[in-house]
Write a protein that binds this ligand. Structure first.
Ligand SMILES: [Zn+2]
Length: 394
C-alpha cells in the first residue's frame, strides 16, 4: 500500500496527539523517574497501520505488603543526623521501580521525629521512611490500618503534610472531609486511569476523634459501596485495599472472602489485602456480572522487625492492565509475584543490617533450606491461581 504525503501527515498528527501525555487530575508528577514503557499491542492489519492505530494500551501495577517499622528497624536506619532506610530497599529497588504504579501498605504512621518515634504497640515512624520508599519506586501508600490512630490525629496530619511535601499519593486516611471526598485516581501517561481505595477492620480499640471520621476509612459496607461507585465512574480500574483477616493465618478467613466477593460483585478489578503479616494464596473471584476480580488476600510483611520465617517472607504482586482502544474495555491479566525475605544479622544481641532481598537471591547462609522454602511459598501462593508467574528468572 502506497500512502500519499497528505494522508501520511494526517496520520502523523494523529499519532502525535495520541502520544501526548494526558493531564493528571491528581498529581502530574506521580511517576517521575519510573520506567513507563508504552506497551502498544499490535493488531493484524499491516505494520504501518498498526503502529499508527494501536489496538490497545497497557500499564502494570505493583503492590507490596506491610511496612511495619519496629524500633529495631528504625534504630538500624539511624545515621549521624537522622535516618536512612534506602539501603534496606536497595536489593528490590529495580523491582519496585518496574511497574507503572507501585503501591505499599504503610502500616505504621509516619508522624516524624518531633513527636517522638515509637514501636509496638503504638508505632510512629520517621519521615525518612517516606523518602526512602518514594526513592525506591513507591507512588502511593494505603493508610487505613489498625495502627493508624496509634499516635492520634497529630501523627496522621504530620504524615499527610509530609506526603504532600514530597508528592507521595495516599489514601485510606485523610486530613479533612474535603480531602476524603476526593477519590484518589492516578492518570497514567499511557492513558489508563486507576482509582485506589483503602479500608481497615479496626484501630486496636482506639476510637476515631469525634466528628473526624475522615481520619480513617473503616469497614463500612455502605461507605465502600458509595466509594466504589464513584471510583468506577472516575477511573478505568479500581484497586481496593482491605486491612483485614487474622494475624499469622496463612489462609484467608470467611470474612476476608466475603469482603473480597462484595468488591467483585461491585465490579472492582483488583483487591489487595493485608494485616495477617504472612502471605495468603491468591485467586480470581467472579463477580455477579461474570466479571473477574484478582484477589491477593494478604501480601505479608515487606519490611518489619518481626522474626519468624513466614513473617519475614513477603513480596510484590504485579499485574497488567490492558485497555482496548476500540471498545474501551479494560482487562487485568498476567499476575506475577516476587517473593521477598527480610534479612538481618544479630550482633551483640541486636538485630542489624535489615535488608529486603528477593527470595531467589537469598543464600543458604542467610536462610537455611532456602530452596525448599522458596518452592513451598510458590506452591502456597499459586494453589488457587495456577497461572501465577514468579519474578525469579535471573
Ligand atoms: Zn495490621
Amino acid at each position: 500500500m502506497r500512502i500519499q504525503p497528505l494522508i501520511y501527515v494526517l496520520l502523523w498528527l494523529l499519532i502525535m496527539a495520541a502520544c501526548t501525555p494526558s493531564p493528571s487530575n491528581y498529581n502530574a508528577n506521580n511517576h517521575q523517574g519510573k520506567n513507563n514503557p508504552m506497551d502498544v499491542k499490535k493488531g493484524d492489519t499491516g505494520v504501518l497501520f498498526e503502529s499508527f492505530f494501536p489496538g490497545s494500551i497497557e500499564i502494570s501495577i505493583g503492590a507490596i505488603g506491610d511496612l511495619l517499622i519496629h524500633n529495631r528497624v528504625y534504630e538500624d536506619a539511624a545515621t549521624e543526623d537522622g535516618y536512612d532506610f534506602t539501603p534496606m530497599f536497595e536489593p528490590v529497588t529495580s523491582y519496585l521501580q518496574g511497574p507503572t504504579i507501585t503501591i505499599a501498605n504503610q502500616e505504621t504512621v509516619i508522624g516524624g521525629e518531633d513527636i517522638g518515634l515509637s514501636s509496638y504497640p503504638r508505632f510512629n515512624s520517621p519521615y525518612a521512611l517516606a523518602d526512602a520508599i518514594q526513592q525506591s519506586g513507591v507512588d502511593l501508600v494505603t493508610m487505613a490500618n489498625n495502627h493508624i490512630l496509634d499516635r492520634g490525629e497529630t501523627a496522621i496530619q504530620n504524615a499527610i503534610r509530609y506526603y504532600e511535601k514530597i508528592g507521595m499519593e495516599y489514601t485510606g486516611s485523610f486530613k479533612s472531609r474535603e480531602d476524603r471526598n476526593q477519590i484518589r485516581v492516578i492518570e497514567t501517561d499511557e492513558g489508563i486511569s486507576v482509582a485506589f481505595l483503602s479500608y481497615t477492620y479496626g484501630t486496636n480499640g482506639i476510637p476515631t476523634p469525634a466528628g473526624k471520621d475522615y481520619l480513617v476509612n473503616r469497614m463500612d459496607w455502605e461507605q465502600i459501596k458509595q466509594d466504589v461507585q464513584k471510583a468506577e465512574k472516575l477511573a478505568d480500574v479500581t484497586v481496593l485495599s482491605y486491612h483485614f483477616g487474622s494475624e499469622y493465618e496463612r489462609f484467608a478467613s470467611s470474612e476476608q472472602k466475603q469482603l473480597a466477593q462484595y468488591a467483585a460483585n461491585m465490579g472492582v478489578e483488583v483487591v489487595i489485602g493485608h494485616h495477617p503479616h504472612v502471605l495468603q494464596p491468591l485467586e480470581w473471584l467472579e463477580g455477579k456480572d461474570g466479571n473477574q476480580t484478582l484477589v491477593a488476600y494478604s501480601l505479608g510483611n515487606f519490611l518489619s522487625g518481626q522474626n519468624t520465617l513466614y513473617r519475614r517472607i513477603g513480596g510484590m504482586l504485579q499485574f497488567s492492565i490492558e485497555k482496548d482502544l476500540q471498545d474501551q474495555h479494560v482487562k487485568v491479566h498476567s499476575p506475577a509475584f516476587l517473593p521477598t525475605f527480610v534479612d538481618y544479622q544479630i550482633k551483640n544481641g541486636r538485630m542489624t543490617g535489615f535488608k529486603v532481598l528477593p527470595l531467589h537471591k537469598v543464600s543458604e547462609s542467610q536462610l537455611s533450606h532456602v530452596n525448599k522454602h522458596q518452592n513451598e511459598i510458590k506452591e502456597h501462593l499459586s494453589r488457587r491461581l495456577s497461572e501465577l508467574q514468579f519474578l525469579d528468572k535471573e
